[in-house]
Design a protein around this ligand. Structure first.
Ligand SMILES: Cc1ncc(COP(=O)(O)O)c(C=O)c1O
Length: 351
């Protein structure tokens, strides 16, 4: 198995050439060519990603960071090359700030459980918004209940946006808000939230910020240092990668302070029956054998995306959004829920 690297020269955005890379698009459904509109739930996979995953099983299958034998070394190298590909894509400072999880849901649960233990006490507040996916509501409810904290919600306007002024007021009024956890892009409304502004406001009050990037990552170039968030969660399967694998990015200083969530192999340094010390980042948060094939597939999906001119992809998405909006509005009685000015259509790539 060879690990491909991202080529410096971007391929032009040729829709037919790209479609040809997705084997599933050749399938017939009810005798008709497949038309797939459910990418927000999960995207289809290009051949390169499918091949990368199966090549791991066919050629280098072994556990990682454990054996000294050749296959284990190759598997470890392939896994860590994927971590580096993600680091580069999101502009994290260190590869050890990229923690592999089973997806956005697991990433947010890890963050909530660990931050809850680190920060929350009775009467503290956790702030989310009214447009969150259940994955960014329930984990916070669970920890708030456990530590006696209170969950507060930024309201959503009729057009499906967060009122920035109202949100900033709320942040400044809360007496002991510890965590702000909001979606970068809404899964139901398509709204791209003004996250940089909200993060800046939260920072003034020492509030830890987490972005649920499940719907943002496939549509825009996410730069975690530019966003200035402490934590960022996303899933591979919405970004042309495999299911069952995702990432929690965390800033080093915070991750060092956060206690581990799950215990087991790989996350330990020294174990005795009296006391256990934990492994360094990122392994402190990666208990047990990881989804190695999934991680390799995830790395390949991001390399594949980066081979293309993402600005051109953004323009194409924008044209499709405008066309679909116009045609849908021509249907008598149809009302579009979510008419925010900043809707996810990929043109953020240009920023
Ligand atoms: C905004 C958002 N957050 C979180 C999730 C959960 O992602 P996963 O099921 O991959 O953990 C989704 C999935 O649709 C989502 O759209």
């Amino acid at each position: 198995m060879s690990v491909s690297t991202t080529s410096a020269v971007k391929k032009s955005y040729d829709v037919e050439e790209i479609r040809a890379q997705f084997p599933i698009l050749k399938e017939l459904v009810h005798g008709k060519p497949l038309v797939y509109f459910d990418n927000a739930a999960t995207s289809q996979k290009p051949r390169r990603v499918i091949k990368a995953e199966s090549a791991y099983y066919a050629t280098i299958n072994a556990n990682v960071h454990r054996g000294v034998h050749t296959l284990s070394t190759l598997a470890t190298e392939a896994q860590e090359a994927a971590r580096e590909a993600i680091r580069k894509h999101i502009n994290a400072q260190h590869a050890h700030e990229v923690i592999f999880t089973s997806g956005t849901t697991a990433s947010i649960n890890l963050a909530a459980q660990s931050l809850g233990q680190l920060l929350l006490k009775k009467g503290d507040e956790v702030l989310i918004s009214g447009m969150e996916h259940h994955a960014n509501i329930v984990p916070w409810q669970l920890v708030c209940e456990r530590y006696g904290a209170v969950l507060k919600v930024i309201p959503v306007t009729d057009s499906g946006e967060l009122d920035l002024q109202l949100a900033n007021e709320l942040i400044s009024q809360l007496a002991s808000c510890r965590i702000l956890a909001i979606s970068h892009v809404s899964n139901t409304l398509g709204t791209t939230n003004p996250v940089k502004e909200l993060i800046a406001e939260a920072k003034k009050r020492g509030i830890i910020t987490l972005l649920d990037g499940a719907q943002a990552m496939p549509h825009m170039r996410v730069d975690v240092q530019d966003l200035d968030c402490e934590l960022y969660a996303f899933s591979a399967h919405k970004c042309y990668g495999p299911t069952g694998i995702g990432v929690l990015y965390g800033r080093e200083e915070l991750l060092e302070r956060m206690p581990p969530w799950q215990g087991g192999g790989e996350m330990i340094d020294v174990v005795t029956f009296e006391k256990t010390t934990y492994a360094k980042l990122p392994f402190k948060f990666e208990a047990g054998t990881p989804h190695i094939a999934g991680i390799i597939g995830l790395g390949e999906a991001f390399r594949w995306m980066n081979d293309y001119d993402l600005d051109a992809m953004a323009v194409h998405e924008h044209v499709l959004l405008e066309h679909a909006t116009k045609e849908l509005l021509a249907i008598d009685g149809l009302r579009i829920i979510g008419t925010a000015n900043e809707k996810s259509r990929g043109d953020q790539f240009r920023h």
